[in-house]
Write a protein that binds this ligand. Structure first.
Ligand code: DQQ
Length: 658
């Protein structure tokens, strides 16, 4: 069983494109047509440009698709910087800085680009998407789970696959997995949001009415807060929204710059019965969370001080603030505050585009949040996800007594490739979030149980021995839509015998999965082709310090994920606490170009976007690997092939609405 081939990738030369498609992949005809016509249009444009220069011409093959042998001539990449120009953080992939203008685009063809589209993650039919919006809790009752439907709103550019003038997309679901697209909820049609209907949150009032607060970028690109509400509360689909006629309800307060005031949270109740919200901002380089109280969502009182402020963290976007139970395995309404809860504050750092969370105590009277450990303060400590994951938001789901987290997962290929494929970004699988009662320092994130309904046939592997320096193929067929549960046991003797060292290990800078230590790396090679010329290792690395203490790291190595050069190839990861008596455990969701991986029940999470050129369709395979020099590893796995979710337009909408 053991494969003795070298672990290092062999260079591959045949350049063939696998064409087998998994049988269970469902793609709405409209999407296929859109992709086809989008690519055709890009192809024709490229052909025009090429003929102007007298160089290569793009041709169609007999099936009408672009031929891989006649793809667009690689052009040097000159990405645009879109977010900052609009007054928010960078939205495009920052891979190609100005000093690297010679990076050449890979000649992506239709077959490769089509494969990248995900099958069970939420995506609009086409174009650009970013932050999840509008999720809320209901006062004492639940989230924007309204009259039997989960509502999902998102930042959307309906006109292009790049960040642009943003409006609110809207979709509904009965189970958080299968989605029906609805018409845009709000568009940029007022002076106070003409440059974008930006991020906001919903709150459900005790009388069952919903209020939505959102940031508008006005005619002068000043960030203001606006109020909106459903036109018809008896419509379970909440199709039409009305903007309050005296908007904006809040403008940047004195001392706050006009482009540093955005993303109001869901409101929570104070013991005096007022609603309280927080809004992200900064003063010089200090990130801050401003606090306002309101009785009616129209008039606001600005409270002194900040919920929290942390030097050097820069602008705080998409602040989220919610309680977690210290005693129970369930979620809590946002207004709950007692000795049995801790509070979590999450900020999205504009400067590095990562989401950081901190666990601590909320002091209602002082209007402050104090972290349990100031070394893990807001914006400098733990992250929700060590890969691509930003602008996340939670909501309390009263339907299942749980708190659910959504995050925006951007692309990490080039903007030119996004334009070519006609879409950009996906949303994470919604994750249930709990306090990790064993560590008390971490949260646990876990895919919502509804995702299990997509599981098809499964494969079990028990106690597979993976010797030091070996690769073991897992015979499961095509490996592009998977749910993998794995446990690893490392050889105890080797653990004890290994000599400690003072060398500091880090996933990102210690050489990735080819760096061999006595006790790792070991784990899975995901989206790998037979020759391992493309592979994404998802793995553990155990480092023994000179004091004999063990530290476990959880990493994703994208450096060999694709033969294309114009994609992100960083190595992601961080430390993961492993408590006495625990085995090392892993869950990995593979869905075409996205790999979401959860270590130790979700204590540390990494999301990668990878864009293989060969390890696609039937040629995508799964392997176990162990690149340690000393320790053997035993692995037990259960692996499910995953069905696709139904994500499509709401049928016959005209009969249902208005
Ligand atoms: N995205 C929105 C802003 C938010 C940013 C604009 C975070 O409201 O700060 O699309 O990605």
């Amino acid at each position: 069983m053991v494969d003795t081939r070298p672990f290092l990738p062999v260079s591959s030369s045949d350049g063939s494109i696998p064409s087998e498609r998994p049988a269970n992949r469902r793609k709405p005809m409209k999407v296929q047509l859109s992709i086809f016509f989008g690519l055709l249009a890009v192809g024709l444009l490229a052909a025009l440009l090429a003929s102007n220069k007298g160089s290569d011409i793009v041709t169609e093959n007999e099936h009408g698709s672009l031929d891989s042998s006649t793809t667009i001539k690689p052009e040097p990449l000159r990405p645009l910087s879109r977010g900052p120009a609009a007054g928010v953080s960078e939205k495009a992939n920052l891979l190609f800085p100005k000093d690297n203008e010679n990076t050449v685009a890979f000649p992506w063809n239709n077959s490769m680009l089509s494969w990248q589209r995900t099958s069970f993650h939420f995506q609009p039919e086409m174009n650009w998407m970013n932050d999840p919006n509008g999720k809320s809790h209901l006062f004492s009752f639940g989230p924007l789970f309204y009259k039997g439907w989960y509502h999902f709103f998102y930042q959307y550019n309906p006109l292009a696959a790049v960040y642009g003038k943003i409006v609110w997309g809207h979709a509904v679901s009965k189970d958080l997995i299968h989605w029906l697209h609805l018409p845009l909820a709000m568009v940029a049609d007022q002076t106070y949001d003409t440059n974008g209907v930006w991020t906001g949150s919903a709150t459900l009032l005790p009388d069952g009415k919903i209020v939505m607060l959102y940031t508008g970028s006005d005619t002068e690109s000043v960030q203001v807060q606006n109020l909106a509400y459903p036109a018809n509360h008896s419509d379970p689909l909440l199709i039409n929204w009305v903007k309050y006629d005296a908007n904006p309800v809040l403008v940047p307060p004195p001392g706050i710059l006009s482009k540093d005031f955005r993303d109001p949270t869901t409101a929570w109740l104070t013991s005096e019965g007022k609603w309280r919200i927080t809004i992200g901002s900064k003063i010089n380089k200090t990130g801050i969370a401003l606090v306002y109280d309101t009785k009616d969502f129209i008039n606001y009182e600005k409270l002194d001080g900040y919920l929290r402020a942390v030097d050097g963290t820069g602008m705080w976007e998409c602040v989220d603030f919610f309680p977690v139970s210290k005693t129970e395995e369930k979620g809590l309404d946002t207004s709950v505050n007692s000795l049995d809860v801790k509070h979590v504050m999450k900020v999205s750092l504009d400067d590095d585009r990562h989401d950081y969370y901190t666990i601590g105590t909320y002091h209602e009277k002082n209007v402050t949040f104090i972290p349990d450990d100031t070394e893990l303060d807001v914006g400098i400590g733990l992250r929700y996800d060590y890969g691509v994951y930003y602008a996340a938001k939670t909501f309390y789901d009263q339907n299942k007594n749980r708190r659910v987290l959504w995050g925006w997962i951007g692309e990490s290929d080039s903007e030119a490739a996004d334009v070519q494929k006609g879409w950009a970004s996906v949303q994470s699988i919604p994750r249930m979030i709990l306090l990790d009662k064993k560590t008390d320092t971490h949260l646990l994130q876990w895919p919502v149980e509804e995702i299990d309904s997509l599981r098809l046939n499964s494969y079990e592997f028990n106690h597979v021995t993976v010797q030091a320096g070996s690769v073991v193929p897992l015979d499961i067929g095509a490996a592009t839509q998977l749910d993998i549960m794995a446990e690893f046991e490392i050889d105890k003797e080797a653990l004890e015998k290994a000599t400690g060292s003072n060398v500091t290990f880090s996933c990102s800078s210690s050489g990735g999965a080819v760096h061999r230590g006595a006790l790792g790396p070991f784990g899975l090679l995901v989206l790998a082709d037979d020759r391992l010329s493309e592979q994404t290792p998802v793995y553990f690395y155990i480092a023994k310090g000179s004091d004999g203490n063990l530290k476990t790291f959880f990493c994703n190595d994208q450096s060999r994920s694709s033969e294309a050069s114009d994609v992100n190839k960083e190595i992601y990861g961080s430390m993961v606490p492993v408590l006495k008596g625990e085995n090392l455990s892993l869950r990995v969701l593979v869905d075409h170009s996205i790999i979401e991986s959860f270590a130790q029940g979700g204590r540390t999470v990494i999301t990668s976007r990878v864009y293989p050129t060969k390890a696609i369709y039937g040629a995508a395979k799964l392997f176990l690997f162990n690149n340690a020099t000393e320790a053997g590893v035993g692995a037990s796995l259960r692996i499910w092939q995953m069905n696709s979710a139904f994500i499509r337009p709401y049928p016959n909408l005209d009969d249902k609405s208005q």
